[in-house]
Design a protein around this ligand. Structure first.
Ligand SMILES: [Zn+2]
Length: 335
């Protein structure tokens, strides 16, 4: 098993302490942003739940249960995620009610190895309405030694009734220095690590993802394209075509939405940020102060357009329209 990221140690220890003192709930909602380590956390906790020779409350890593779990073949562990539609052979985009009913049936069985039974639903937000309703039944009848782990980015993605029946575990980015040290141990150069960590607002897992997938250059190019549109040096239609030319359009829109958040935050922090050294506006040479209501509306529109990219709609037109609105939002008021 991989070494657990340092910011996961404390939440894991709290969960193990709760397990040791029989305060751990049967249903756990593990939430946190993408790349924070939800699955790694769930793996470590699951192994501890299945292990019957725990050392200091954590999995021993050597017993038969630990070996089976690490090999992915523990019979009392169940993983629920997207499944193939039996008729069309296409991977479904949601978790459906039959999967949750199967889970209820599975929990009713006697554990094959006589210990705990653990199920993981990932991503829990993918459960459709019927699946969520069916899950409530399972949550309402907790059974001894049965544990359910739900992974999601935000608890708000789940219904209030599901949330209220789960113990919540929030995974959060650590202090800046902890993230920097962790990136260094992964072999990343100090300057790259620092700028990626700043860009990722202190989230080391996300910074590592961006560095390791070469996405920092993409982020910079999105920002320079948006600066060029705002100042009239580039045309929305041409930029939209370029953004759709490969399979990175969704990531570009995520970076674009992120920039809107940064500009908004800067504006709230300082009334006139045009002259603030290192500000996004200065870096992008934007002279006009953005129109803030339009900027927040644009953030929502960028996220909606991102979702549209997954549908058969004419995404070039939708994207060009979004980029035209960007120019309007960025030039509505002069500095
Ligand atoms: Zn063990």
């Amino acid at each position: 098993m991989n070494v657990l990221a340092p910011w996961l140690h404390e939440p894991l220890q709290r969960a193990l302490d709760a397990l040791a003192s029989e305060r751990l709930a049967h249903a756990l909602l593990v939430c946190g942003p993408a790349h924070i380590g939800k699955r790694a956390f769930a793996d470590a906790l699951t192994q501890a739940l299945l292990c019957r020779e725990r050392v200091d409350g954590a999995a021993c890593r050597h017993c038969r249960d630990c070996v089976l779990y690490t090999a992915g073949s523990h019979p009392d562990w169940k993983y629920l995620s997207f499944e193939e539609n039996e008729k069309t052979k296409v991977l479904r985009k949601e978790i459906v009610v039959d999967q949750i009913r199967d889970l209820g049936g599975w929990f009713a069985l006697t554990p094959q190895r006589g210990g705990a039974q653990v199920a993981l639903i990932e991503p829990a937000a993918a459960m459709n309405q019927n699946a969520s309703n069916a899950l409530l039944k399972t949550l309402e009848e907790p059974m001894r030694d049965r544990y359910l782990l739900l992974l999601c980015e935000s608890p708000m993605q789940l219904s209030a009734t599901i949330r209220s029946r789960c113990q919540r575990i929030e995974l959060q980015p650590p202090a800046m220095q902890v993230g920097l040290d962790w990136l260094r141990v992964r072999g990343h150069d100090d300057a790259v690590a620092q700028s990626a960590l700043d860009a990722a607002r202190g989230h080391p897992g996300l910074a590592a993802h961006w560095i390791e997938e070469g996405l920092l250059a993409l982020r910079a190019s999105v920002r320079s394209d948006l600066a060029a549109i705002a100042t009239g040096r580039a045309q929305p239609l041409a930029v939209a075509a370029a953004w759709l030319a490969d399979d990175q359009a969704e990531q570009r829109l995520a970076f674009a939405a992120d920039l809107a958040v940064d500009l908004h935050a800067e504006a709230l922090a300082a009334r006139d940020v045009a002259a603030v050294a290192g500000s996004n506006r200065q870096a992008m040479r934007l002279t006009a102060a953005p129109d803030f209501p339009k900027l927040s509306a644009w953030f929502d529109a960028a996220n909606r357009t991102r979702a549209l990219l997954r549908t058969p709609i004419r995404s070039d037109l939708a994207l060009a329209g979004l980029l035209r609105d960007w120019r309007i939002a960025m030039s509505a008021r002069s500095a």
